[in-house]
Each structure stands twice: as structure tokens, then as C-alpha cells.
Ligand binder design. Structure first.
Ligand code: CP
Length: 310
């Protein structure tokens, strides 16, 4: 039966390998739906899904909304900035009022780590984590892993480097957890102070040399420097970061192989990655965005579809 082993999709920390593979396989069937002239299927007709966004988003918010509409669900969008949170209403009261309107699923992005797990205490319906602070961004990792699977036909033994601001990155954490469960080898590359010390316990390789990471990798997942989460700043200058860690045309052309280039977005062109690299044939960045719709369709279908109604 096509369903996940869990009621919610909160993170990849406790996810089963079989669930990750089921999400990939289902997403790839939805990719075919997205290539059809008519891209809508009735799988979630009659289901009400609310998107709760307490933090800025372009890709995740729009692709959840599109995935829900492609599956024929009814969609409600909640924007914290224009809500009664500004009148002092709590998260608990906010979501319990929304639940009273009879919703079947809530998707939430929130700046506080652990907030999606907390939401499972307030609501009866399935919860999907669209990014909780610096903790996890599991649907992003699933679309990254699906894009790798689509490109290489496997995840096991792939060498994937995650380059950039690991310290503040929920994308890095979910990718490490998901890739390792699927048998990939992971290398983290960043200045020492942007890689938390506990990362060595995850069995990942660590490098502070971008050229070494490029030589080792089948694919590079490049992260932006999250200056908004850095307080006074952990990177002395953008130019210095680019010189030491930027994925540049010159660095790619020095290799005698083609490394697949990935980035979850938003991109800071000319900082962590050059425009030439981001837009090259080696880049799958926009394919990641399309796979984001398919992966979110897959997760929502596996949580809410007909197999869950018994
Ligand atoms: N990758 C990602 O989460 O992008 P947004 O913040 O635009 O959703």
C-alpha cells in the first residue's frame, strides 16, 4: 500500500529509508504528470490544506501551493505578517482556530527550531515541515535527493559535497541525514567556524578546501551565506568568501570531470557561486525547483491520499 510509515513529515532524522525511497519513486511518477498538457489530477479532491508561513519564502511556499492545486486540494494561505498574531494572538490559538475550520493538513515554515514538532501537539491533522529555523528543511532535502536520483539513477555511494554556511543551514542538516540513510558519502566544505563541531559525529568528511571538495565530488550542493542569521557577521567580507570558497568558472574548468551543480536557492550570484556555473549545463538548479513541486505532491499524496483513509 502506498503510504508513509508516519502521520507527519517533520524531518529526516527519524525517517525510514523505505519512506525516503517511496517519496522519490512517487515524485518521479508525478514528474510525468507535470509534463502533461493538463497537469491536474483528482487525488486530493475535497481535502483542505493550510500553508502557514511565519518566515519569508519564494520557492517552498509557491511549490507547496502549486503541488496542492495539482492534486486538486482546496488551499488556504496564512501569512503571519497580515494576521492577528500582530494583535498578540498565540501560535496555539492561531492554529487551533484554523483547525476549527476543518482542515486536513497543515504545512508550516517557522523561524523557531522544533516548532513543527510542537505543532503536532496542537493539531490533529498531518503536519509537514516547510523549514523550522536552523533545524530541518526535509522537503528541500527530498527534492535534492530526488534530483540526484534522477541524474545518477542511484544514491548509494554517490559522493556529495555540501558547501557553504553549514552552521545556519537546515538544508544541510536534512541533506546529511537523508543522503546518509540512502548510502551516499557526504563531505562538508566551509570555513571552520561555519561547520558546527558536532558534525564530525555524523560520519561526514570535512574539508576547508573548495578545490579538494570539487576533486572528490560527483555533485556539489552549494549553500548561501545566511548573513541574516549571523548577528555581527561570521564572514569578514563577501570578496574574501568568494576567493576562498566560491564555485567559480576557473575552479570548474580545472577539473577533468563534470561535477553536478546544485543550489537550494536563493542564490547570491558572484558570492558562493558564479553566474557562469549556476547557469551552465552542469547545473540542475532549475530542475531542482521543478522536482520540488513533484516531491511536495508526493509527500502530500502519501500522507493524505486514499491509502490513508481506512
Ligand atoms: N530553498 C528554499 O527554501 O527557498 P525559499 O526560502 O525561497 O522557500
Amino acid at each position: 500500500m502506498s503510504r508513509l510509515s508516519t502521520k507527519h513529515f517533520i524531518g529526516l532524522k527519524d525517517a525510514k529509508q523505505s519512506d525516503i525511497q517511496l517519496i522519490i519513486d512517487t515524485a518521479l511518477t508525478f514528474r510525468e504528470v507535470l509534463e502533461r498538457p493538463i497537469k491536474k489530477i483528482p487525488s486530493l479532491k475535497g481535502k483542505n490544506i493550510v500553508n502557514l508561513f511565519f518566515e519569508n519564502s519564494t520557492r517552498t511556499k509557491l511549490s507547496f501551493e502549486l503541488a496542492e492545486k495539482r492534486l486538486s486540494a482546496d488551499v488556504m494561505n496564512f501569512a503571519a505578517s497580515s494576521s492577528s498574531l500582530n494583535k498578540g494572538e498565540s501560535l496555539r490559538d492561531t492554529v487551533q482556530n484554523i483547525q476549527a475550520m476543518k482542515i486536513d493538513c497543515a504545512v508550516m515554515r517557522h523561524p523557531v527550531p522544533g516548532s513543527c514538532l510542537k505543532l503536532t501537539e496542537y493539531l490533529d491533522c498531518p503536519i509537514v515541515n516547510a523549514g523550522d529555523g536552523t533545524n530541518e528543511h526535509p522537503t528541500q532535502a527530498m527534492l535534492d535527493i530526488t534530483s540526484l536520483y534522477e541524474k545518477f539513477g542511484k544514491i548509494k555511494n554517490l559522493k556529495v559535497s555540501i558547501v557553504g554556511d553549514i552552521l545556519h543551514s537546515r538544508v544541510a542538516m536534512s541533506n546529511i541525514l537523508g543522503l546518509q540513510k540512502m548510502g551516499a558519502k557526504v563531505l562538508l566544505c566551509a570555513p571552520p567556524h561555519l561547520i558546527p563541531k558536532f558534525m564530525s559525529e555524523f560520519g561526514v568528511r570535512i574539508s576547508h578546501d573548495i578545490n579538494e571538495a570539487l576533486e572528490w565530488s560527483d555533485a556539489l550542493n552549494i549553500l548561501r551565506i545566511q548573513r541574516e542569521r549571523m548577528g555581527i557577521g561570521l564572514v569578514p567580507s563577501v570578496k574574501e568568501y568568494r576567493d576562498l570558497f566560491g564555485v567559480t568558472k576557473e575552479r570548474l574548468q580545472r577539473l577533468n570531470k563534470e561535477v553536478v551543480i546544485m543550489h537550494p536557492g536563493p542564490i547570491n550570484r558572484g558570492v558562493e557561486v558564479d553566474t557562469y556555473v549556476a547557469d551552465s549545463d552542469q547545473s540542475v538548479i532549475l530542475n531542482q525547483v521543478l522536482n520540488g513541486v513533484a516531491v511536495r505532491m508526493s509527500i502530500l499524496y502519501l500522507l493524505l491520499g486514499v491509502a490513508n483513509e481506512s
